[in-house]
Design a protein around this ligand. Sequence first.
Ligand SMILES: *[C@@H]1O[C@H](CO)[C@@H](O)[C@H](O)[C@H]1NC(C)=O
Ligand SMILES: *[C@@H]1O[C@H](CO)[C@@H](O)[C@H](O)[C@H]1NC(C)=O
Ligand SMILES: *[C@@H]1O[C@H](CO)[C@@H](O)[C@H](O)[C@H]1NC(C)=O
Length: 307
Amino acid sequence: MHEHLASIVRINEAVLVTSSKTSVTFVMINVTMWFIMLLLCPSQLRAQLGTTPNIKHIVVGRCHSYITLIDPSLRYDCEEIWRHFEEAVVHQSSCNVTVEDYHQMFYLMPQTWPCDGFLFWSKTRTLMHSYAAVVRHFWTLEDTLVGFMFNDLIWCGQDEDPGFDFNSCPKWSACRTHPVYSLWRQASQNFAEMACGNITVLLNGSIVNAFNRKSMFGSVELDNLNPQRVDYVNIKVVTNLEGPYIESCSQGSIVDLIQILQSRGFRWTCTDNDETLMILQCIQDPKQPSCQTCANSLLHRKSLTSN
Ligand SMILES: *[C@@H]1O[C@H](CO)[C@@H](O)[C@H](O)[C@H]1NC(C)=O
Ligand SMILES: *[C@@H]1O[C@H](CO)[C@@H](O)[C@H](O)[C@H]1NC(C)=O
Ligand SMILES: *[C@@H]1O[C@H](CO)[C@@H](O)[C@H](O)[C@H]1NC(C)=O
């Protein structure tokens, strides 16, 4: 796998130095292949990738961007945050960073948020992004400073200089003290502890174990929600438009989730096929038969109101 990728990259480089029409096509084919491979084997690929290049510039830059443009009320020292991040990770072996190692860093960036907008999700990442973009008051882990800074990055340490391993990092599942996992674990815990008012949980009804005890939501966030702070846990189960329809509010692992919530004293609601979520999916794929009915009923509604 790794060699294969490396050779594609090398071919691309070789091709890029010339600039004929055919080479452009060639590059495009290669880029397409690259994307197909990304789609086919994300986990293997991820295991091969090392620390994201320029990680310091990205992290510190995102931090400045956040405290300057997104939330100017925050007066945090981005360089200091980076220094504590580095202290936890660099010159460590690649799978030996605990959540405690990040405590100093988290201590430098406390954050609170108004109640009622907390959005949790599991295996619904793409849809969650459109949902949060449309329903503006939602607040996800990726909207917090730490989530914003580290989103989509990979990192791990090594004993030798430069202290980060830029060649390869282990998979998340390789150890309990994975540097990336530990950071997200602590970030998720803080986020859940802070949650208050009505919170929303977006789960994927097209997979078995929509509520998975091993997911970040099932293993960290759920246990750190506080029934004294949270009014309602509003669960939304969303399936792919074309199915399969595997789990719902009354079927499969979501029933277990509801039982856990109930036993811990949470009030809850659960909705299958939320209309907003279906419309969002239809915007991306209007040809789906289930969207035709949706469009027809909207047209119908329009003609009724314009009479
Ligand atoms: C892991 O980290 C701990 C404390 O940071 C250290 O004592 C231990 O030697 C490290 N283990 C390995 C295998 O590097
Ligand atoms: C549900 O999970 C599957 C498999 O991970 C994914 O392909 C699909 O997009 C997800 N559906 C939704 C609605 O997020
Ligand atoms: C919280 O959720 C409950 C149940 O869905 C709903 O009745 C209530 O209006 C919601 N409150 C707010 C402030 O959104």
